[in-house]
Design a binder for this molecule. Structure first.
Ligand code: PLP
Length: 377
């Protein structure tokens, strides 16, 4: 598929204009939606089954189980592993709160381990955070770039820990494991994804999925997401209700066909940023990697310069976002409920990080314009 974009004004650049992407895929999407509407099957059915099968095959994982969103995916994963109240789960100090939140809802203790400059959990610090209560490590593959899974899996193997990969922001990213290349989410015990509209593999509402190659875990996950039942109205364990609906699955089936092309396009967009900002000594760019799928394009700049830059970009109608303004240890909801092992880098990144527009449809001249505005500041 060629990336053909609807002409837009360069005068207004949002973080990710989803309507442009819809126009790009309109013909296919409209047909798929009509087919679901005509079928009268809105929950479950062939579209959901197809998505689970095709996504599993794309990932090279034995099982994909769909669910309602990426937060549920994490909660179901932790429930399936039977982690008990009071047990500890190691998570990065920086990122999206979902994993910390569901761990706490289940009575687990999140243990915060600092990240590296690449925003992912620093494996060198994990060992020192492990206690006799530790049961799992949950790396978040932030901004589309995977954590060091080789190192994390080695530690997990040595200490008999589960690994839950939060791959919500890294659908389609690859991870080198020795001579092998694996997909984000497929290396640990369980991988989870969000298909929220801005994600790399996104639907037009909420959606999520869980992958595992362990048959027993897959069976348990399937049970948990339908009220713990193995047969209609026969409830064996306590579960939740978490469904991907047929319309969202139909959209995901189209989007999945284009995932690699879109991820490739995002890498190109990142290379335009690298070309435009690479010589600017005030800015630190994310490391260039062919394995990165650039869910976000993050730069690091001095705190004072960041404030000025946001203002200038906004004056020029260019969006920018601080992902994330607080480390987990600074979130009031988590304070007192977590054990902080280390978070110095995370705190520093909250002051220096700024994410710039990136999407499947943003044009080269828009990136050149953004870079010109930044370099002027
Ligand atoms: C890293 C990460 N994990 C989990 C989630 C939760 O996904 P959802 O919004 O689909 O519940 C998100 C969503 O932004 C995320 O970015």
């Amino acid at each position: 598929m060629g990336i053909v974009k609807k002409a837009t004004s360069i005068a207004n650049i949002s973080m990710n204009d989803l309507s442009l992407e819809y126009h790009l895929l309109k013909e296919e999407i409209d047909i798929a939606i009509q087919e679901v509407l005509q079928s009268g099957r809105f929950i479950g059915g062939p579209e959901v089954e197809k998505f689970e099968k095709d996504w599993a095959s794309f990932l090279g994982s034995k099982h994909v189980i769909s669910c309602a969103n990426g937060t549920d995916a994490l909660q179901i994963a932790l429930m399936a592993l039977d982690l008990k109240a009071g047990e500890e789960i190691i998570i990065p100090a920086y990122g999206y709160i979902a994993v910390a939140e569901v761990a706490l809802l289940l009575g687990l203790k999140p243990v915060i381990v600092d990240v590296g400059e690449d925003y992912n959990i620093n494996p060198d610090l994990i060992k020192a955070a492990i206690t006799e209560k530790t049961r799992a490590i949950a790396p978040i593959h932030l901004f589309g770039h995977c954590a060091d899974m080789m190192a994390i899996m080695n530690i997990a193997d040595q200490h008999g820990l589960y690994v839950i990969e939060d791959a919500a922001q890294a659908a389609g990213a690859s991870v080198p494991l020795g001579s092998e290349l694996k997909k984000a989410g497929t290396i640990g015990t369980i991988g989870t994804y969000s298909h929220f509209p801005t994600k790399n593999l996104a639907c037009y509402g909420d959606g999520g999925s869980i992958c595992t190659s362990d048959q027993k875990l897959a069976d348990k996950i399937i049970k948990i997401k339908v009220h713990g039942q193995n047969k209609k109205y026969h409830h064996e364990i306590i579960g939740i209700n978490s469904r991907l609906d047929a319309l969202q699955a139909a959209i995901l089936n189209i989007k999945l066909k284009h995932l690699d092309t879109f991820n490739q396009y995002r890498k190109e967009v990142a290379s335009w940023y690298q070309a435009g900002l690479g010589d600017n000594d005030s800015i630190k760019l994310q490391p260039v990697s062919t394995h990165h799928v650039y869910h976000q394009f993050a730069i690091q700049i001095d705190e004072k310069f960041r404030t000025r830059l946001i203002k200038r970009l906004s004056e020029k109608n260019i969006a920018s976002t601080i992902y994330y303004p607080k480390a987990f240890s600074q979130q009031r909801a988590l304070q007192g409920n977590i054990r902080v092992h280390s978070d110095e880098m995370a705190r520093s990144l909250t002051k220096t990080t700024l994410c710039l527009p990136i999407s499947n449809t943003i044009r080269k001249e828009e990136i050149e314009y953004i870079c010109a505005v930044i370099n002027q500041v």
